[in-house]
Write a protein that binds this ligand. Structure first.
Ligand code: OXD
Ligand code: MN
Length: 609
């Protein structure tokens, strides 16, 4: 295959008949505006990936890791100003500001387009414009959706190879009339003739803009994560949530797993947790309870739609993992550690003298002679970490040893249970089951989590994060809650509805220590959930739902008092939490569904009984 990356000509890897007119016109417009020196149509092939790697090793963007210890793996170091998603620069540009709602940054779509057009004029000078066609979900799935990303970042193209299904077949489907989402991205760092490039080109000005009416994404200035890998948060959550509302399905910030009990019966479970609550660990859980297995289908995003059997079916629209590295270790997530042993791109982790990777939490002892994420010799006494707290690994789903065989099934998997969760040192019990679908939607709508070091804001502060979708809902969150209620109305009585639970692994004692051991021990909570699905265990009614009468804690060192704290609710804390939730929900005004207010009142009534 001949490649023209970094040359002054443009070339395609797909036959011209596979270039849909509308995609071609959009590429032409982008080329006229951005003025790249060449245009490359990508096909997702291994040869293309290798070429991108060669280009980036030459440019200093990627460092090849030691092939003996980390074969086929690379390290990228970003600019220190470009290390995470920037919620403050993320915009929902609906025509009516009310349609973006109080939890999103809104800008008028035409003025945002003017701003971005001005910024983008000549922004790809000296660079290659890549056209990357991709499918979210298996190409032959009725739940799949297509997109094309334009980008001038080879790091982004290589990441897309791992994160989504990049294929020229996508262009054939578009030619045959399939709808698609325009994802336009530039790092915003034009090069003139004799400028030397930097290893991580980006711009101090950043915009991640979404146009829900026209289903377009336009991102400027960043090459990092969700800002730049547009299929992930921007498409699969923000734009897809709008499509889902229009078409009667749900795009959710959820992991997806298949759980099998000792009798060999399997269940599929989706779970929504805010960022930094261990979703990847849950997705790859190694149960400590004998006879149980957890298989992975996804760790971040699930699309849920009614299937022909009347049940909710789920797919993972992604094809890879973009996980947080710090904290990942052979004890917290052995499956991930195995998965990362080869063919992985690491970003902003530290490097050992033998050119392997290291991050905080990987081992107790800090290796000597580390190079930190900024590329400098690490000083362990400095007080700053060797790896950035938001350092990441990018790897294909196929590398995951616990991957479930259904991961590529076009029909998806029928969902048995939905779990919501957050990081709360008090207030929320280890596990509680919602009374019914509507009450479950209320639990999702009032979810909250304490901020961790990796998030913007004050450490420990409780942030309401409905359905873990606060930074990811592409429209008014009040209308989004209504979409959940509508799904219940549509499916009730038609097929078996998933049951809804809320979990909290993070309760602390008065000394600030976590009470629950977490990780593989969470299988004990999974067992209780499955037993509830089977009608095999009784539960105790509480104002916020059904609590375990008992839990399998055999072999754990938990005192009776600790177990009581884990499995009970303190009415005064719940009452204060409801006040806070009510204030938050009040922000949605008349877009807040009546049913949510009814559930809030009913909870208060149960509390006062
Ligand atoms: C993520 C996030 O990166 O939720 O998945 O922030
Ligand atoms: Mn996420």
């Amino acid at each position: 295959m001949s490649m023209t990356l970094n040359q002054r000509t443009s070339e395609t890897h797909t036959s011209p008949t596979h270039r849909p007119i509308d995609v071609q016109e959009w590429v032409n417009e982008a080329t006229a505006l951005l003025e790249p020196h060449s245009v490359v149509w990508c096909d997702g092939s291994p040869e293309e990936a290798q070429h991108l790697i060669d280009v980036m090793v030459d440019a200093g963007t990627l460092t090849r890791l030691n092939d003996d210890v980390r074969p086929g793996s690379y390290l990228a170091r970003s600019e220190p100003t470009d290390v995470a998603r920037v919620e403050s620069r993320t915009f929902i540009c609906s025509i009516d500001p009310e349609d973006a709602g109080p939890t999103n940054n809104w800008e008028d779509p035409s003025s945002m387009r003017d701003t971005l057009r001005d910024l983008s004029r000549g922004a790809m000078r000296g660079r290659t414009l890549y056209v990357v066609p991709f499918s979210m979900g298996p190409m032959d799935s009725p739940m799949a959706r297509l997109g094309v990303q334009i980008t001038d970042s080879p790091y982004v193209v290589l990441s897309l190879h791992m994160m989504v299904r990049v294929h020229s077949e996508v262009l054939s489907s578009i030619s045959q009339g399939a709808s698609w989402v325009k994802c336009l991205h530039t790092v915003g760092a034009p090069l003139s003739e004799d400028d030397a490039d930097t290893a991580w080109p980006c711009n101090d000005t950043k915009y991640i803009s979404h146009f829900p009416e026209t289903k377009e994404i336009w991102s400027f200035g960043s090459a990092y994560g969700g800002n730049a890998l547009l299929p992930k948060k921007a498409f699969a959550l923000r734009i897809a949530s709008v499509l889902a509302k229009e078409e009667g399905w749900m795009a959710e910030h959820m992991l997806l797993v298949k759980i099998t009990n000792p009798e060999g019966k399997s269940y599929t479970v989706v779970a929504a947790f805010p960022s930094a609550c261990g979703k990847t660990n849950f997705a790859m859980m190694q149960p400590t309870l004998p006879g149980w297995t957890v298989e992975t289908l996804g760790d971040d995003i699930a699309w849920l739609a009614p299937g022909s059997d009347g049940r909710i079916h789920a797919i993972n629209p992604e094809a890879g993992f973009f996980g947080v590295a710090p904290g990942t270790s052979a004890s917290t997530n052995p499956v991930a550690m195995d998965m990362l042993s080869a063919n992985t791109v690491f970003t902003n982790v530290a490097m050992t003298p033998e050119r392997d990777v290291w991050w905080e939490g990987m081992s107790k002892e800090v290796p000597e002679g580390l190079i930190d994420w900024r590329g400098e010799l690490f000083d362990p006494t400095s007080g700053s970490p060797a790896a950035h707290p938001n350092a990441r690994f990018t790897v294909k789903l196929g590398a995951c040893g616990s991957l479930a065989s259904e991961w590529d099934d076009p029909e998806g998997v029928p969902v048995d249970a939905i779990i919501f969760g957050g990081r709360r040192s008090t207030t929320m019990p280890l596990v509680v089951e919602a009374r019914d679908w509507k009450h479950g939607v209320f639990l999702g709508a009032t979810m909250a989590s304490e901020k961790t070091a990796a998030a913007e804001g004050t450490l420990g502060e409780v942030r309401r994060d409905p359905f873990a979708m606060l930074p990811f809902c592409g429209y008014n969150m009040g209308d989004y809650m209504q979409n959940w209620l509508d799904m219940g109305d549509r499916l009730r009585g038609v097929g078996r509805m998933p049951r809804i639970f809320h979990v909290n692994w993070f309760q602390k004692d008065s000394d600030g220590r976590f009470i629950w051991p977490g990780f593989g021990e969470n299988s004990r909570v999974v067992e209780w959930i499955v037993n509830r699905l089977e009608g095999a265990v009784a539960a105790t009614e509480s104002p916020i739902g059904w609590l375990p009468k008992s839990l399998n804690t055999e072999g754990l060192e938990l005192t009776d008092v600790e177990l009581e704290t884990l499995l009970s609710v303190d009415p005064s804390l719940i009452s204060a939490d409801l006040d806070d939730a009510e204030e938050f929900l009040g922000r949605f005004g008349d877009r807040l569904p009546e049913q949510i207010i009814r559930e809030l009142r009913a909870t208060r009534e149960r509390l006062s009984q």
